[in-house]
Write a protein that binds this ligand. Structure first.
Ligand SMILES: [Zn+2]
Length: 248
């Protein structure tokens, strides 16, 4: 795979620990690749990503993988708060309100190759290929509800939990029952927390609860036209089952 390496961002520092275990997908919300390069390479902006993928599928390497790029901001995943130290950040030249408001086939094809390469190199678990909105659901929407997760599922780059049956989910439900956790909202929060989401400020804060479930829906439930609490609940139980019982 060929990268364009002529643009470099000064916005990086040393990783606090060396183990890379997450891949974070973003969109730039800027007008085009040129603007994105200028932004991500400007010292004043204090942001960056390891890679930027253009609409025509070119991959720009802006920060060396061994360094800590500044893309995640305040985030959380499975008790990791310094996401930048543990991750590779990939930006897509996409803006939901711009002319670049499509995830072009060339862009997605390059993105898949890039993810696979990073995933194999650092032995990254499928479960750890994440949206910015997964790790910062209270602040961020990217890569948004139009991002083709399905296409990544189809090529087994990420896993899906659609094959999980009612009997399987019974195991999970019985377990919650046994510990007397009965409210669907509590179960949803508990399951999201086990999966990795930040639920620390969610149970008593309805606004945050809604933001968290919105982030979840925008990634996992976009195929449904109407999503109520029951839909969220049923899918999260399946998700948790898959999460707990499969290694990768
Ligand atoms: Zn982002």
């Amino acid at each position: 795979m060929k990268y364009i390496t002529k643009y470099k961002s000064p916005n990086y520092n040393l990783r606090s620990r060396s183990k890379i275990k997450l891949i974070i997908i973003h969109y730039t919300a800027l007008r085009n690749t040129k603007e994105a390069i200028t932004y991500l390479c400007s010292k004043e902006k204090k942001v960056s990503a390891h890679y930027l993928v253009s609409q025509n599928g070119l991959i720009y390497n802006l920060v060396n993988e061994k360094f800590r790029a500044w893309h995640a901001g305040q985030s959380f995943w499975q008790d990791i708060v310094d996401i930048n130290s543990f991750s590779i950040g990939i930006e897509l030249d996409y803006n939901p309100n711009g002319k670049n408001n499509k995830f072009s086939p060339k862009m997605i094809s390059s993105l898949k190759k890039l993810i696979l390469k990073i995933k194999n190199k650092y032995k990254i678990n499928k479960k750890n290929i994440l949206a910015h909105s997964d790790i910062a659901p209270f602040r961020k929407k990217d890569p948004g509800k139009c991002f083709p997760w399905k296409s990544l599922e189809n090529e087994k780059i990420i896993s899906n939990f659609q094959s999980i049956t009612k009997n399987d989910t019974k195991i999970i439900e019985n377990w919650f029952n046994k510990y007397n956790i009965r409210s669907k909202k509590r179960i949803i929060i508990f399951a999201l927390s086990l999966i990795g989401y930040d639920t620390r400020e969610v149970y008593k804060n309805l606004k945050n609860y809604n933001r968290l479930t919105t982030a979840y829906k925008s990634r996992y439930l976009t195929k449904f036209t109407y999503v109520n609490q029951e839909t969220v609940y049923t899918n999260i139980i399946k998700h948790l089952f898959k999460y707990l019982l499969t290694k990768n």
